[in-house]
Ligand binder design. Structure first.
Ligand SMILES: NC(=O)c1ccc[n+]([C@@H]2O[C@H](COP(=O)([O-])OP(=O)(O)OC[C@H]3O[C@@H](n4cnc5c(N)ncnc54)[C@H](O)[C@@H]3O)[C@@H](O)[C@H]2O)c1
Length: 298
């Protein structure tokens, strides 16, 4: 276990989740290799790690780390556009877009490139771990490691056990999560696991309530905060998660279960098709931007 922990950890994808996961690993002393499909994306991810909303500079400003800690943490992250560079990692955490075929292709490549002992983990929001593991020949060393947004802040790691996942793989992920000051909770495999199944039904219902004209998005968010004590309402949360991710998850959950509570409403599809993906797209920031541009709701 200790020997493994000394090897680097790989992260595939440097977007909303990938860069936050890489930053967290490096902050807690792990050598980290972050992969993406272009140098530009990696450069933007490193800028986010350095000075983004949840980046290291914010921690320096708050006094929780020093400027030299910041340099040291940045120095633990290596970036690459070649999957081969992840071959010697103890663990590779995949945080590529929520698309089964894309993830399958990545895992099949990683399976042939990586050391026999490397553990492969997916940060998928809801695709069944048994399905993703089937692209590899290492079901015993395959696991769901579901982080929450922003990964630098959120405490829960939902650890998803596939039918073949070995206990030593779960032990490794639980141990690593605790070293990162996270709280791992192990669940069994199912579409959406616990957290996504639960949140997806709530979000889709909020979208439908809005579509039916019962209340505006700002009002629904405010009521959710004031009535239920949620830190964020459904529309603020969706803009943070990314509407494309929400749509992929909802489509998948509905396809797998045929439960109409999970089916994505038309407005969500319309926003995604028009490029209103959420905070990650800046000017087209999601529900709030779309409806302020349209002069409705707010
Ligand atoms: N956003 C959230 O709040 C959240 C929370 C938990 C889990 N997740 C899950 O994490 C995963 C990543 O989500 P995200 O929000 O970071 O998405 P994102 O769109 O912000 O980032 C995805 C990254 O993957 C890269 N990518 C594209 N094609 C690739 C390929 N072929 N190989 C490797 N990388 C590729 C993209 O360039 C991008 O940097 C998804 O499975 C998502 O469901 C997201």
């Amino acid at each position: 276990m200790e020997e493994k922990a000394l090897k680097p950890v790989g992260v595939v994808g440097s977007g909303v989740m990938g860069h936050g996961i890489a930053m967290t690993l490096a902050k807690y002393g792990f050598q980290t290799v972050m992969y993406d499909i272009s140098e530009d994306l990696l450069k933007r991810a490193m800028e986010n790690i350095s000075s983004g909303r949840f980046g290291l500079q914010k921690l320096v400003d708050k006094g929780s780390i020093t400027a030299s800690d910041r340099t040291e943490i940045m120095g633990r992250i290596r970036t690459t556009t070649s999957l081969r560079d992840l071959a010697g990692c103890s663990l590779v955490i995949e945080a590529a877009p929520e698309n089964r075929d894309l993830k399958g292709k990545i895992f099949s490549e990683l399976d042939s490139l990586c050391d026999r002992e490397t553990i492969l983990a997916s940060n998928t929001s809801g695709i069944m771990i048994s399905d993703l593991a089937s692209f590899t020949k290492r079901g015993d060393r395959f696991v769901g490691m579901h982080w929450f947004n922003p990964p630098q802040v959120m405490k829960l790691v939902e650890v998803v056990r596939g039918p073949e996942t070995a206990q030593r793989t779960l032990d490794f992920i639980n141990d690593l999560s605790r070293k990162l000051e996270k709280m791992p909770v192990v669940v069994n495999d199912a579409p959406g696991f616990f957290t996504t199944r639960f949140i997806n039904a709530w979000l889709m219902e909020a979208y439908r309530i809005f579509e039916q004209g019962v209340a505006g998005i700002a009002e629904i968010d405010e009521m959710s905060r004031l009535a239920f004590g949620f830190p964020m309402g459904p529309f603020e949360l969706s803009d943070l998660i990314g509407l494309d991710t929400m749509l992929h998850v909802a489509d998948y959950m509905f396809d797998e279960t045929k439960n109409p509570s999970y089916s994505p409403p038309t407005t969500l599809k319309k926003l995604v098709l028009s490029g209103y993906l959420g905070k990650k797209t800046g000017s087209k920031g999601g529900w709030y931007d779309y409806y302020s541009v349209q002069g409705k709701d707010r």
